[in-house]
Design a protein around this ligand. Structure first.
Ligand code: NAD
Ligand code: UDX
Length: 477
């Protein structure tokens, strides 16, 4: 399909659609870029004059929006009009794990992909290139093609239309999305129509070196995305499993990670131990991989990848148990401060955050929590906790046991323990000696992200527990 691309549209104004299109608009001033979403509130936030109200927090995003919005970047709810005027349409809708029906709990729910494809089928005019940006099961392009082709027949008397489907999965990570989009390690484009592929290459060529643009067949492209996420998550589970062994043996996980990562064949990225991986992608994509493996009868392969998820869950339960045990086996009515609720630093996203699981288990054990996160809003925290707890113990009133604060003093006052769950830079600057005075004795700090510099602890009378640290750290202070 050889077309001149002048207008592009992105269906889905979320963590991928918004930042990705902002970067394309900034780098391709000759293109008109329209981002559409069913969610009017979200589109209103993207259009808010107050840039602190954007629905996604990402370093660098505000500046891009300020530069491009209403010039060549538009956020709209009129999906029909945007599709009709576009030459290339990106699908960046959510693909969560299915909650019910066939494959529930493992397979990806493709209802948003299907509804996007049906909208494109209905409203597109002329020749259109459709690009899958969402992460989807291998062979999904076939579903999209089938819907689009059947529309060519259904609508052929009304208007002429034709489609080409490409796969170009997005590899950005939250918190570094803009940098990842500007400097991608690779851009992957799968498809079998060279002209359509080149149209997409032409867009990326505006800022990405051509040798970083990898062209593959469509199924390799779809499967590469699931595989990349599975490999990354596997590294986190691997280092987390070893963190437990360090605690038993007297080894120090940061020294082990450094020694292992200096082997150039292994590399030193993604070897930070923590409370387990969160985020909207890893768990759902591995579940999806497991489902696909089982579908093709590869049960041992499915079991192998499932273990990555099991270790992740185990790490979270393990940490909760350690905290309760150190606090004399009971935390009923004890005050505990939680630092960090986002699944990682520099994002306001809490999807699958380990903080949800760990905080909820502490609430169920009877603790009173004070929670501080620099970017996550109070409503999100309460909603996440309520959703988790309702399934475990519907009698618990979350508001009675949780306070959200922006004050470190409030976190510490009368607290028996403070737990660090997200690796925000702000937490590295805490004056522990000052907080220590406000806490009830004996008081504990559980550093589940290894962010604390022990020198900052020297003068305090706090007990500290660091993840994966086997020696008696309190003697080393
Ligand atoms: P998101 O939930 O933040 O955004 C998706 C948006 O799509 C929502 O606002 C929703 O209202 C909208 N939507 C759904 N169906 C629609 C329809 N038919 N028409 C118009 N709008 C519709 O999701 P996200 O985090 O941006 O992820 C999107 C996809 O990208 C997923 O497949 C995800 O796996 C993948 N991905 C995510 C990340 C990440 O870091 N979040 C990174 C790479 C890939
Ligand atoms: C991930 C992939 O990295 C990205 O390529 C893909 O497009 C989407 O999914 P994201 O989930 O946004 O990105 O963040 P990532 O940096 O991968 O972190 C995922 C989780 O792993 C976080 O909870 C993070 O704290 C945790 N993590 C990561 C560790 O615990 N240790 C590490 O060394 C790295």
């Amino acid at each position: 399909m050889n077309i001149e691309v002048k207008t592009i549209c992105c269906i889905g104004a979320g963590y991928v659609g918004g930042p990705t299109m902002a970067v394309i608009a900034d780098k391709c001033k000759h293109l008109k870029v329209i981002v559409v979403d069913l969610n009017k509130e979200k589109i209103d936030s993207w259009n808010d004059r107050d840039l602190t109200k954007l629905p996604v927090y990402e370093p660098g995003l505000k500046d891009l929006i300020q530069r491009c919005r209403s010039k060549n970047l538009f956020f709209k709810t009129d999906i029909k009009k945007a599709i009709a005027e576009s030459d290339m349409i990106f699908i960046s809708v959510n693909t969560p794990t299915k909650k019910s029906g066939l494959g529930a709990g493992e397979a990806s729910d493709l209802k948003f992909i299907e509804s996007s494809a049906r909208s494109i089928a209905k409203f597109a005019i002329g020749d259109t290139i459709v690009v899958e940006k969402s992460t989807i099961p291998v062979k999904t392009a076939e579903v999209i093609k089938t819907i689009l082709v059947s529309s060519q027949n259904e609508f052929k008397n009304k208007s002429k239309k034709s489609f080409t489907v490409l796969s170009s999965p997005e590899f950005l990570a939250e918190g570094t999305a803009i940098n990842d989009l500007l400097n991608p390690s690779r851009v992957l484009i799968g498809g079998d129509d060279d002209d359509a592929i080149n149209s997409l290459v032409d867009i990326y060529k505006n800022w990405v070196k051509e040798e970083k643009i990898l062209k593959t067949n469509i199924w390799s492209s779809e499967l590469s995305k699931l595989t990349a996420n599975a490999f990354l998550a596997q590294r986190v589970s691997s280092i987390n499993s070893i963190s437990a062994l360090c605690e038993k043996t007297g080894a120090d996980i940061s020294e082990v990670a450094k020694a292992v990562g200096m082997d150039y064949r292994i590399g030193n990225n993604f070897l930070k131990p923590g409370p387990g991986f969160g985020g909207s992608c890893f768990k759902k994509d591995i579940l999806n991989l497991v489902y696909i493996c089982k579908f093709y009868g590869l049960n041992d392969v499915a079991g192998y990848w499932n273990q990555v998820l099991k270790i992740n869950q185990w790490q979270q339960s393990r940490l909760t148990n350690i905290i309760v045990t150190k606090l004399f086996g009971t935390i009923t009515n004890k005050k505990i401060g939680i630092l960090g609720f986002a699944f990682k630093a520099n994002t306001n996203d809490t999807r699958e955050s380990p903080a949800i699981n760990i905080s909820s288990e502490l609430i169920i054990e009877g603790a009173e929590l004070t929670i501080l996160d620099p970017k996550v809003e109070e409503v999100s925290i309460l909603k996440d906790l309520k959703e988790f707890i309702i399934n475990k113990d519907p009698s618990i009133k979350v508001e009675n046991q949780v306070e959200i604060t922006s004050s470190y003093e409030q976190i510490a006052t009368d607290a028996d323990a403070i737990i660090i769950l997200t690796d925000w830079d702000d937490f590295k600057k805490i004056e522990w000696q000052n907080l220590s005075r406000l806490m009830r004795k004996p008081s504990w700090v559980f550093d589940c992200r290894n962010t604390i510099n022990l020198n900052n602890f020297k003068e305090s009378d706090l007990n500290i527990w660091k993840l994966g640290f086997g020696s008696n750290i309190n003697n080393l202070k």
